[in-house]
Structure formats: C-alpha cells, structure tokens
Design a protein around this ligand. Structure first.
Ligand code: PEP
Ligand code: MG
Length: 591
C-alpha cells in the first residue's frame, strides 16, 4: 500500500507509532422495519430498557472514575447523562414508534437525524459540539439495542496489544476516552473536533499524542494500517515506508529520553542564562490538581478555573456549590500548594462553559452574558464565591482574578463586591487576608486597549491569550473549520501583548500569561524576550518550558524581538522566531 499523509489540528505533544484501530459508528447500519400494532408497546419497552441500561453504564463509568482521572471527564459524562434524560432522546423516539410503527433503532436514528438537521441549520458552534454529544449518546443506546453493548474496548476484543494501537474514529465520546485510558492506547485520530473538543481536552490531560479535525481520515485509513502521529505537526502518516518508520522511531526514543531527563529539573529554578528568573505556574481545574502541580515543579497556581467546580456539580439535577463547599475546595488547593500563591479566577461561565444545559439558545454565546458579566448580573452568587475565596485566603497566599473585564464600571463593581464580602466576614468574625491581591484577566481587546483603567485600580494582570486571540481575530477557538486562522503570531496579537506588558512594567504591577501561548514552547523565547516574567500552563508542560528557559539568553534575543514587533509580515515574524530558536539552542545547557 502506498504511503500518504493527512493533516489535522494538533492538540497534544509527541509521536505515536502503531496500527490503526478503527471505531465505526453504530448508527449507520441499523435495521429498518415496521412493527405491528400489537408489538408497539413491546418495542417501546425495548427502547426504554436500552435507555435505562445506558444510564446505568454511564453511572458506572462515573463512579469508576479513578481519582487521577482528567478533571473535565466527570463533567462530560454528566452532559451525556443529561442528554439521555432529555425528552428529545428519552420520549420523542417512543412517540415515533407509537405513531409511525418504526422499530426501536429506526425510531431513534430518525429522531437523531431530525435533531442533527435542526442543529445544522442553527449553525451555532457550541450547539454543533452538542450535536456530536447527542450522536455519541444515541450510538450507546444503539449498541445496546443491536446487542453489541459493552465498552468499545471489550466488545472490540482489544487487549494489551492496544499499547501499540492508535484509535481512529469519526469522533470519540468522553466516556469511551475514559475506558481507552485504562487500555492505554498509544494515540488518537478523529475526523471531527477542534482545539477544545472533548478528545482534545482529555488527550492533552493524559499526555497522549492526538490529532483531531482530520476530515475523512476514518474513511481513508484501513483497519491495522501502520500509522505515525506526529502530534506537534498535526500530521498522520499512513502506511509509512520502513525508512520513515525508522526515523520516527529514533525521534520517539530521543523524545522519551529527553522527557525522562526533564523530570530531574523539578526543583531547579527557571533562570535564563543571563540570570533572569521566570516564574512558572500551573493552571488547574479542580482542587485535587494542586498537589500534582506542585509535584511537577510549579511555583504556584496562576489560574484556578473555578467554573469547573460549578459545572461538576451539575449532574442530573443542577445544583450550585454552597459557600462551604467552595471554601473547602479553595482551601484544599491553597493548603496543597504549601504557601505558594494560588490565583483563583472567579466564575467564568457562559459560551463554551455553560452553567446549565438549558442556556444554549443564545445567538452568540461568546459575546453574551459570560464571566464577570454573569457574576455582576447574579450578585448573590458572586458574593458567595468571593466570601469563600476570602475565607480560604486565611490559609495561604491567595489572589482573586476576575475574567472578561472590559469596562471601568466592571472593575469598580467587582472591587465593591469584594469590599462588601470583607465587611460581612469581619462582622461575622471570620478570618481572611485583608490585603488580598485582586487582578484582571486581559482577554478582550478593549481591555488591552484601555490598560490605564486597569493598572490604576488592580494589583496584577493575567493575559488570557485563548480569548484574546478569539476576540481579536474573530475566530471561534473551538471551531476546527477556522482553526487555520487562529494565529497567535498575528501582528495584532503581538502588538496587544507588547502593550499589556509595557503598561504593567510602567505601573509596576506584575503581568502573567495564563492562556495557551504560555505553554507553547515555540513562543517561550519571544514572550520572555518581550518582558513576560510569569507563565502559567498545564502542569504537564512545565518541565519542557523550564528547560527552554534554562537554554535562553534574553540579552542575545533583544534585536530579534524588536524586529518581530516592528514587522507586519507573517513570513518575517516566523523566520525571525526560527532564528531566535537556533541562536539560544546552541548555547550550553545549565544543569
Ligand atoms: C484564556 O482565555 O486564555 C484563558 C486562560 O481562559 P479560558 O481558556 O478559561 O477562557
Ligand atoms: Mg478566557
């Protein structure tokens, strides 16, 4: 078979080599037949029983989640439970059986087809992702109905050989990802999904090479084909020649050795060769992520995405965490960091992180009532969270970070709410850090263009490059169809970053980056060369970024950084970045 290469969206690091294991959706080949009037109720019961069984399966997966499971996974499974309970899945197909006399599978598939068509028409990106969830749930029910129920891993007869297998699928549900995790597949390739799709998020947490948004890879790749995933390049090589296979095996061995070596840098401070210290912090989603972050060498938590606590509590019946529950969660993270700073971001819900699954009929959720806008519209909820964060500040070093601010009155109202929470706690005799630092996420271009408003009133800034890029370039960060336009080296982004760091330096307040750019090793020299001294990223990325800093001489980079910031030409920017890389890489390593 001739070798060919497919290009997709890279979502994690590394190289995977293995044979293709194709996962075909169950939905495509169901039986279609009409049932007699006397069989209708039996057919309805067959579908109901299948739905009940899938409920049980999902609940079993939920309760079997290992303690170190990726934090987002529980929330994903919750979404599937909610979808399964929704009348559009649990009732509408039953009506189809009763009125049209379709067999159960046909009734379910026709309902899903109808829903999918509606979703396509709406053309809302968030809803498009939910469409994939609905299809995944339907496929689970179909597997039960067609007698192929059970986990994909078991039913497909996969055993320890899976260590050399790469899953190839149209899309992968979070529940299946969890089961795959136990079987230790070597990589994932999917037709669908963007940078922030479920497969992407979970594979990044697991540190497994993956490429998503591959179009029709699952049709072009055949069962047992040899595959190479070059995650960094977002490339999958199908049926590689022996020579190419050997080259990649060598690269893989080198990478593995390098990763092992990096583990030794845990306690080494991140200091450039010309003596500039860079603070490396971790992004966490749940309190239990704090201890592993410390273990990976983080100097603190630069971003605690508190909304995951609120989403986690959704389940079947949505319930917001109480002040006590939040306090315990924040205190757990704070004490786990043993005196190192923990920056807790207040609730950043909305857009791709809805609090409630009934909220999705908004036209432009990313431009809607999200983050601080939502909190100021729900002052009681905000006050409860602020009280919990303040109380946790009595147990260590805590900072409050407010997301998505753009207006001066949002700063004033947030600070007033923090004062109100402090007054209440004082009256109640509860301890807190009276001088707690308060900062803003700079992630809306309007904020980056009105920095004096922020630096005057706040103690620190943290740049959310994921949203800053999304809003500056008008590119949905979760949509694979426009992923090629999501460019962190766009001159507009670089200019905004330069404005932010300069404003922070002039005002004498710290500025960190907690968006994806901070964990991108290609950008470490540029960002530190521009003046950023705090970078916050997923803990798994810390060692390699630290190594890069140890290999960097900032004084040798200044001319190149200036050239990049003066340029409005993409090729010049990229070429200069490449030159910067080669300069510092040739210097001796300190350790
Ligand atoms: C960002 O926008 O860059 C950020 C760090 O926040 P989130 O990814 O949670 O929106
Ligand atoms: Mg953001």
């Amino acid at each position: 078979m001739a070798s060919f290469t497919l290009q997709g969206i890279p979502v994690s690091r590394g190289i995977a080599i293995g044979r293709a294991h194709l996962l075909r959706p169950a939905a495509l080949d169901v039986q279609h037949y009409l049932v007699g009037q006397e069989q209708v109720e039996a057919e309805v019961q067959r579908l109901q029983a299948a739905i009940v069984q899938v409920h049980k399966e999902l609940q079993a997966i939920w309760s079997d989640l290992p303690l170190d499971a990726p934090t987002e996974l529980g929330a994903f499974i919750d979404v599937h439970v909610l979808i399964l309970s929704d009348p559009m899945i649990s009732e509408a197909p039953l009506d189809i059986i009763r009125t049209r006399h379709y067999n159960a599978e046909w009734a379910l598939v026709s309902q899903i087809d109808e829903l999918s068509a509606q979703f396509d028409e709406i053309e809302d990106d968030y809803l498009r992702e939910r469409k994939a969830d609905i299809q995944q749930v339907a496929e689970r029910v179909l597997k039960v109905l067609t007698g192929t129920a059970g986990s994909a891993t078991r039913s497909d007869g996969i055993d320890e050989r899976s260590a050399n297998m790469i899953v190839v699928a149209r899309d992968i549900s979070p529940a299946d990802m969890m089961q795959f995790r136990d079987v230790a597949f070597t990589g994932f390739v999917t037709d669908e999904g963007g940078q922030n799709s479920h497969t992407a998020i979970v594979s990044r947490s697991l540190g497994i090479p993956a490429v998503v948004g591959m179009g029709n890879a699952s049709h072009l790749i055949e069962q047992d084909d040899w595959l190479i995933i070059d995650s960094d390049a977002g490339v999958v090589i199908v049926a590689p020649s022996t020579l190419v296979l050997e080259q990649y095996r060598e690269r893989q061995t080198v990478l593995m050795k390098a990763r092992k070596k990096l583990g030794k840098l845990k306690k080494t401070p991140a200091i450039t060769q010309d003596g500039v210290e860079i603070t490396l912090l971790a992004n966490i989603e749940l309190p239990q992520d704090a201890a592993p972050a410390l273990e990976a060498g983080a100097s603190g938590v630069g971003l605690f995405r508190s909304e995951f606590l609120f989403m986690e509590s959704s389940g079947q019946e949505h319930k917001l965490p109480t002040e006590e529950e939040q306090f315990e969660a924040y205190r757990t993270a704070v004490t786990a960091m043993k005196g190192r700073p923990v920056t807790i971001r207040t609730l950043d819900v909305g857009a791709d992180k809805p609090l409630d699954t009934t909220e999705h009929n908004i036209l432009n959720p990313a431009l809607g009532l999200r983050a601080i806008r939502y909190c100021l519209a729900e002052p009681q909820l905000f006050l409860t969270q602020l009280r919990a964060i303040l109380r946790a500040s009595a147990f260590g070093s805590v900072k409050i970070l407010i997301p998505m601010m753009a207006h001066g009155f949002e700063i004033d109202q947030s600070l007033a709410m923090i004062e109100q929470a402090k007054t209440e706690l004082r009256k109640e005799g509860k301890d807190f850090d009276a001088n707690i630092a308060v900062g803003a996420m700079i992630e809306i271009p309007a904020a980056a263009l009105s920095l004096p408003m922020f630096v005057k009133k706040l103690d620190f800034l943290s740049v959310g490059t994921n949203d800053l890029i999304q809003y500056t370039l008008a590119i949905d960060r979760a949509d694979h169809e426009v992923a090629h336009l999501y460019d962190d080296l766009h001159p507009a982004i670089l200019q905004l970053l330069q404005m932010i760091i300069t404003a922070g330096e002039r005002a004498g307040i710290p500025v960190s980056i907690c968006g994806g750019m901070a964990g991108d090793i290609r950008l470490t020299r540029l960002l530190t060369g521009m003046g950023f001294r705090e970078l916050s990223m997923p803990a798994a990325l810390l060692p390699e970024i630290k190594q890069e800093i140890l290999n960097t001489r900032l004084d040798a980079l200044q001319g190149h950084v200036k050239k990049i910031l003066r340029s409005y030409d993409s090729a010049t920017i990229r070429e200069t970045l490449a030159v910067m890389g080669s300069i510092t890489a040739s210097l001796p390593t300190l350790h």
